[in-house]
Ligand binder design. Structure first.
Ligand code: NAD
Length: 317
């Protein structure tokens, strides 16, 4: 039976993953943790086992793994792209030293480990269209450097120590439950909030900038499906390209206008986030994930827009 510990569980992915995993594996088999309590997630914290764990504190981490007899760790604790550029030192410390601690504990205590990578693991010299699974990776952000190095480190722990490490390169994730934590694709979440609240949005990402995206229910399925995949079939253990759609701001605006005809999109480009976006792929080739563990997303842009607007409307009322 799986006993799962989720680190960084009070973030954008973790809040939804915890709820879904508790449905799949049982309430008491999924321990949520975060380096600090967040008041807005009080309900989640009180609804099942929860620990305060900073992944930069290996002693507390190891004690929680022992206490709850954990055999699977999902490491979501990280600093994201835009925040990472503001504080590269903190980004390295959490994304690399924190990951190292988690890997060491997975090795010592025989745990499977899932760690997400990102499209940020690519860089300006990577082929932009249909970016291959195995290609040039010369990222130019601290976040991207930690993601590319993290992929390699997880591969190393599998090859050298036999730790069952797995991961995907997530694109921008769009969800209505928890706001994103400082990424470059955050505009594609904010746009839905402001479409409902103000019927207009000012984008910090320039017109014509394509990036891969995915609706959160598909991302949650990707994590659970890869954790449950047959290990012998996985050739790309820690860095599967996964995507559901690729769009630029005008395309998401057009999709919103199918439901809110007066919606207006304007631009006030943030040079830092635009530079990050320019260094990332326009669209990913995710055929390895489809072949090796059956990846098959359900939501395209219009299906996502319809669901986002319906769910957000209820939430904001
Ligand atoms: P988030 O910023 O929303 O959440 C991260 C959580 O980790 C936060 O609750 C934060 O308090 C916590 N945290 C930070 N430092 C910590 C530490 N030292 N110890 C314990 N907890 C700590 O991030 P997210 O969007 O949920 O992302 C989770 C993972 O998925 C990250 O590895 C991220 O790089 C990856 N990812 C996310 C996206 C996306 O669009 N959200 C895209 C690609 C990859």
């Amino acid at each position: 039976m799986r006993k799962i510990l989720i680190t960084g569980a009070l973030g954008q992915i973790g809040t939804e993953l915890t709820t879904e995993m508790r449905k799949v594996y049982g309430l008491n088999n999924v321990v949520a943790s975060n380096r600090r309590i967040k008041k807005e997630h009080e309900q989640l914290i009180e609804s099942g086992p929860f620990e305060v764990i900073d992944i930069n504190d290996p002693v507390t981490l190891a004690a929680a793994v022992d206490k709850h007899k954990i055999n699977t760790i999902v490491n979501l604790a990280a600093i994201l792209s835009a925040t990472g550029e503001k504080d590269p030192n903190q980004c390295w410390n959490i994304n690399m030293n924190g990951l190292y601690n988690v890997l060491e504990i997975a090795r010592e205590k025989n745990c499977m480990l899932f760690t997400p990578s990102s499209i940020a693991a690519f860089g300006p010299s990577t082929p932009k269209d249909k970016t291959p699974q195995d290609t040039i990776q010369r990222p130019t952000t601290m976040y991207g450097v930690t993601k590319a190095a993290g992929e390699l480190l997880c591969d190393y722990y599998f090859k050298k120590f036999g730790v069952d490490t797995r991961g995907v390169r997530f694109p921008g994730l769009i969800s209505y439950k928890t706001l994103p934590g400082g990424g470059t694709t955050d505009y594609a979440v904010h746009i839905y909030y402001e479409a409902l609240q103000k019927q207009k949005y000012v984008s910090f990402i320039q017109k014509g900038t394509y990036m891969d995206m995915m609706y959160m229910p598909d991302a949650i399925n990707a994590i659970i499906d890869l954790i449950e995949a047959d290990s012998s079939k996985l050739k790309h253990r820690n860095a599967f390209n996964v995507t559901a759609m690729s769009f630029e701001p005008e395309m998401i605006a057009a999709s919103i206008r199918k439901f809110i005809p007066d919606f207006e999109l304007n631009y006030d480009v943030d040079p830092i986030r635009q530079e990050i976006a320019n260094s990332w792929p326009d669209s990913l080739d995710d055929s390895a994930a489809r072949e090796e563990w059956g990846w098959n997303p359900k939501y395209d842009l219009d299906a996502m827009t319809k669901d986002m607007l319906e769910k957000l409307k209820t939430k904001l009322n």
